[in-house]
Ligand binder design. Structure first.
Ligand SMILES: Cc1ncc(COP(=O)(O)O)c(C=O)c1O
Length: 349
C-alpha cells in the first residue's frame, strides 16, 4: 500500500538532504546577544528581498504576528482584522491574552475587506477603545488561500493610513501571493509597517518566520519576542534551513498552485462535496461536506489525510511532497469514498 497522501497543511514537509546539510554546517552564535551569523544573514536577506529596513527571526508565525501587533500598539486598543484572520481565529486569542488588545473582525468577502469597512470600523467616541492597528492577510488562509490583489491591498493600506493606523501584514504565505500575482515579494510587502513571512509553510523549512519592518519597530518586536519566550541561542541551524527555503522554495510554489487547481477541478463533481472553484487561488482547496470530522477520518483510513477545520469544512493543501500522481490518487480515493458514503447523491450545497 502507498504512503498516506498528506494534504492537511503545507507545514508537514520534511527537510531534504541539502537543507539538512546546510543546517549541520551552519556557523552559529548566541542569538540573544545578536551573535548568530546565520540568523543575521537570513534576516538581512529577507529584509533586502522584501524592501524593508530590517528583519527579525521568530520560531513561529504566531509569535511573529503577535510580537508585531504588540510592538505597533499598546494595551487597551482595538485591532481591525479581516473576518477569519489567522491572528484572530487561530492564535489562541493571544492578542487579548498577552497584549490586552481587542480584535475587531470586519467583513472580508474572499479575504479582502473594503476600505469603507475599515473606515467604518474605526472608533471615534471617548466611550470606545481607541483603534490602534489594521492587520491584513495575504494569502488569506480561511477564505481559501485567496490572493489579495495589489491595488486592493494598496487601497486598504491607504484607508488605514488615512485613519492614522499602522498596518501589519500576516504574510505567512506572502510568497504564494507573489507567485500567484506574478510579482516580486517586495511588491506584496510594500507599504506595510511590518510583514510576517513564514519559511516553514510552502517554502519547506522545518521552523521559522521572519518579521520585516523598520529598525525601530523591530526593536520593540525584539523586546516582545523575548517576553513571549522566544529568545533563542544557537539558532544558526534553523536559520540555515530558512535560507535554503528562501533560495529554493519560491520557485516551486507554482507547482503547488497548479496541483491545488487540479485537485479542485477533479473534485468539483464528486457527490457530497461543495466547492467554490473561484476561491482556489494558491495552494489550498476548501471543501464543504456534511460532518467534516467523520468524512476526514474516513478518507484518512483510506490513505488521504485532510484537515477538518469545522463541522462542515475540510481543507486540502498541496506542498513539496504532493506530486501529480498524488493528486490523481487522492482524487480517485476521495471520489470512491464519497460515492460510497452518499450512494452517488448529487453535490451538496
Ligand atoms: C495565515 C497564517 N498566519 C500565521 C500562521 C501561524 O504560523 P505558525 O503555525 O508558525 O505559528 C499560520 C499557520 O498556519 C497561517 O496560516
Amino acid at each position: 500500500m502507498r504512503d498516506p497522501i498528506d494534504l492537511r497543511s503545507d507545514t508537514v514537509t520534511r527537510p531534504d538532504d541539502a537543507m539538512r546539510r546546510a543546517m549541520a554546517e551552519a556557523p552559529v552564535g548566541d542569538d540573544v546577544y545578536g551573535e548568530d551569523p546565520t540568523a543575521v544573514r537570513l534576516q538581512e536577506e529577507l529584509a533586502e528581498r522584501t524592501g524593508h529596513e530590517a528583519g527579525l527571526f521568530f520560531p513561529s508565525g504566531t509569535m511573529s504576528n503577535q510580537a508585531a501587533i504588540a510592538a505597533l500598539t499598546g494595551r487597551g486598543v482595538e485591532v481591525i482584522v479581516p473576518a477569519g484572520a489567522h491572528v484572530y481565529e487561530y492564535e489562541i486569542g493571544a492578542m487579548s491574552l498577552l497584549s490586552g488588545l481587542t480584535p475587531r473582525p470586519i467583513p472580508a468577502p474572499g479575504g479582502v475587506p473594503t476600505p469603507e469597512a475599515v473606515h467604518d470600523a474605526v472608533h471615534r467616541s471617548p466611550h470606545q477603545a481607541p483603534t490602534g492597528l489594521l492587520v491584513l492577510e495575504n494569502t488569506h488562509n480561511k477564505a481559501g488561500g485567496t490572493v489579495v490583489p495589489l491595488e486592493r491591498q494598496r487601497a486598504l493600506i491607504d484607508a488605514g493610513r488615512a485613519e492614522g493606523l499602522p498596518v501589519h501584514l500576516d504574510g505567512a504565505r506572502a510568497f504564494n501571493a507573489a507567485v500567484a500575482l506574478g510579482v516580486e515579494i517586495a511588491e506584496v510587502t510594500a507599504g506595510f509597517d511590518t510583514a510576517s513571512i513564514c519559511l516553514s509553510k510552502g517554502l519547506g523549512a522545518p521552523v521559522g518566520t521572519v518579521l520585516v519592518g523598520r529598525r525601530e519597530v523591530l526593536r520593540e518586536a525584539h523586546r516582545y519576542r523575548k517576553a513571549f519566550g522566544g529568545g533563542m541561542r544557537q539558532i544558526g541551524g534553523l536559520a540555515a534551513a530558512g535560507l535554503e527555503a528562501l533560495r529554493h522554495g519560491p520557485a516551486r510554489l507554482a507547482h503547488d498552485h497548479a496541483r491545488a487547481r487540479a485537485l479542485a477541478e477533479g473534485l468539483q463533481d464528486v457527490p457530497g462535496i461543495a466547492i467554490d472553484l473561484a476561491s482556489v487561488q494558491s495552494n489550498m482547496v476548501y471543501l464543504g461536506v456534511e460532518d467534516a470530522p467523520d468524512v476526514a477520518a474516513d478518507w484518512a483510513a483510506h490513505g488521504v489525510r485532510a484537515n477538518a477545520l469545522g463541522p462542515r469544512t475540510i481543507r486540502l493543501v498541496t506542498h513539496r511532497h504532493v506530486g501529480d500522481d498524488d493528486v490523481e490518487a487522492a482524487t480517485t480515493i476521495v471520489r470512491e469514498r464519497m460515492e460510497a458514503r452518499t450512494g452517488g447523491a448529487p453535490v451538496a450545497g
